[in-house]
Design a binder for this molecule. Structure first.
Ligand SMILES: Nc1ncnc2c1ncn2[C@@H]1O[C@H](COP(=O)(O)OP(=O)(O)OP(=O)(O)O)[C@@H](O)[C@H]1O
Ligand SMILES: [Mg+2]
Length: 254
């Protein structure tokens, strides 16, 4: 049964930047329609995990499989074909400043699909409307607010109708209403298209609303991996602390 093969399976992932080991053996799976929230303190390795999972960086050891196929064993062509099946929105947005929003979203379509400009235009408009930027088509990224850039990155991640999307802190810096809108968008992607989502987020409300599983990292180690409902009642002190939003006792303000 093809359905039972995870879309993404990461096993014992160890990564370094130079001499420094960042992830010490991370494992998790994402299934069709699954929404995994990756949580943990600043600097614990969440963005590092995402960059390795999508093949942007090479791990020291461990395996990453998409639809059962190992990333490490893929040819350039296979990797390129795979990249069409996932969408990514980076923490920093990653839009090209020299192009309008329209061209930024159209870029993957022009590079990867053989489509008439009329169709491209319709797709770009649809994706930008999804994130509430339907009237900012011809703005340059430099003319956008931080939150608008985030949403534009989201639209670009969806340009090729991916089967799995990776969002690195999609709602950081957004007002609560826009952030809630993005949560609804994630849920509707899953509901209508069965898209799987890996979302890195600190937003408790958002985690509770969208996630069905939670992966919590602490300084490069997995300290929780399982259903959201179990995370909410976990006895592990650091998981408890996160969900209770308690400050770290080692940080004291005098
Ligand atoms: N390109 C890099 N070169 C060297 N070290 C890096 C690099 N990128 C990140 N690091 C280090 O790796 C560790 C993990 O960083 P990472 O960006 O994955 O954290 P994060 O969990 O995403 O944090 P945040 O919540 O602040 O975004 C940090 O100690 C960071 O300083
Ligand atoms: Mg990060």
């Amino acid at each position: 049964m093809a359905r039972r093969i995870p879309i993404l399976e990461v096993k014992d992932l160890v990564t370094h930047y130079g001499e420094v080991e960042i992830l010490h053996g991370v494992s998790f799976r994402v299934h069709h329609g699954g929404i995994l929230a990756v949580i943990g303190g600043s600097g614990c390795g969440k963005s590092t995990l995402m960059k390795h999972a999508i093949g942007l960086l090479k791990p020291t050891s461990g395996s990453i499989k998409f639809w059962g196929e190992s990333l490490a064993e893929m040819s350039e062509d296979e990797l390129s074909a795979l990249q069409e099946r996932f969408g990514v929105s980076f923490q920093s947005g990653g839009l090209f400043n020299s192009m309008t929003l329209y061209d930024n979203i159209a870029l993957p379509l022009r590079e990867r699909r053989d489509l008439d400009e009329e169709i491209i235009s319709a797709i770009v408009r649809t994706k930008l409307s999804l994130v509430g930027l339907g009237d900012a088509l011809y703005k340059n990224p430099s003319e956008l607010s931080g939150g608008m850039k985030k949403r534009a990155g989201f639209a670009r991640a969806l340009a090729l109708d991916p089967e799995i999307v990776f969002f690195d802190e999609p709602s950081a810096g957004l007002d609560p209403i826009t952030a809630a809108g993005l949560d609804d968008l994630i849920l509707s992607l899953r509901r209508t298209l069965g898209v799987a989502v890996v979302v890195i987020t600190h937003e408790l409300e958002s985690i509770k609303k969208v996630a069905d599983r939670v992966l919590m990292l602490d300084r490069g180690d997995v300290i929780f991996m399982g259903p959201l409902d179990d995370a909410l009642v976990s006895d592990e002190p650091r998981v408890k602390q996160f969900f209770a939003r308690r400050p770290d006792e080692t940080i004291t303000v005098r």
